[in-house]
Design a protein around this ligand. Structure first.
Ligand code: MN
Length: 245
């Protein structure tokens, strides 16, 4: 049987004089996690103004994977950009929103992590906290971003409570697991068509699924950093790839 092709939109890197022209890049770990799960990962250029080419690319995909990255531009959910919103990538927003809407229409399997859960929620009509710490004073710390001193991307920062009998509970093999946490934004208003099936102890949404049976799973943590040692995290990838077969 042919291995399913999983599309992964890239991220813009501006030109660095003397080093690089403008580029589209993607973290290697996502590609390896998809490959380990049996998929053929396919990186997608950011051509928001060439919908015809984007549609040709999309039509060849068996599934869509959305990765971590910079903040979603708040104009995509009808808000002004707050001073505490981070860097954005409008071309990436536009391409990912289009891919998500097409995948939703076609019920094509979709899996999303970190920024991915946020852009899925925005593409389907929801909104985001532009900064959890600033807007939710009772929130736990979620922004364990790696630094030169503390480079670990697999630090299990907080627990999540998972809804009984949800797809996430089935895949992770339980209703309480610890996860890594490298985000400063999160879902505010949940989009219709999505169900929150995992939350941190402070109530922040950490996992969503579709309400109509489509294979659509999105998580706020980074399972690609944990799949090499944790069978539950690995199942997030393998079940997605199986759904795309
Ligand atoms: Mn978190």
């Amino acid at each position: 049987m042919a291995r399913p092709v999983i599309g992964v939109a890239t991220q813009t890197i501006e030109a660095v004089p003397g080093e690089l022209p403008p580029c589209w890049i993607m973290g290697q770990r996502y590609v390896h996690a998809l490959r380990h799960a049996g998929a053929v990962p396919w990186l997608i250029p950011l051509l928001p103004d060439d919908l015809e080419t984007l549609r040709e690319i999309y039509s060849r995909l068996d599934g869509v994977f959305l990765t971590g990255g910079v903040d979603v531009d708040p104009k995509n959910y009808g808000e002004q950009t707050a001073e505490y919103c981070g860097k954005t990538d409008p071309a990436r927003d536009a391409v990912e929103i289009q891919l998500i809407r097409w995948a939703k229409e076609d019920k094509k399997p979709l899996f999303a992590v970190c920024r991915g859960i946020q852009i899925v929620n925005v593409a389907l009509g929801g909104s985001l906290y532009q900064d959890v710490t600033k807007q939710v004073p009772t929130a736990l710390r979620h922004d364990y971003f790696p630094t030169a001193d503390q480079p670990a991307r697999d630090y299990l920062a907080h627990a999540i409570d998972i809804t009984n009998s949800s797809r996430l509970a089935e895949l992770l093999g339980g209703t309480w697991v610890k996860v890594n946490s490298m985000h400063h934004q999160a879902i505010k208003q949940l989009a219709s068509g999505l169900i929150a099936t995992a939350r941190a102890p402070d109530g922040i949404i950490e996992g969503v699924e579709s309400s109509n049976g489509q294979y659509l799973v999105a998580v706020q943590w980074h399972p690609e950093e944990l799949e090499d040692r944790d069978a539950g995290m690995r199942r997030l990838f393998t079940s997605f790839v199986e759904a795309a077969c």
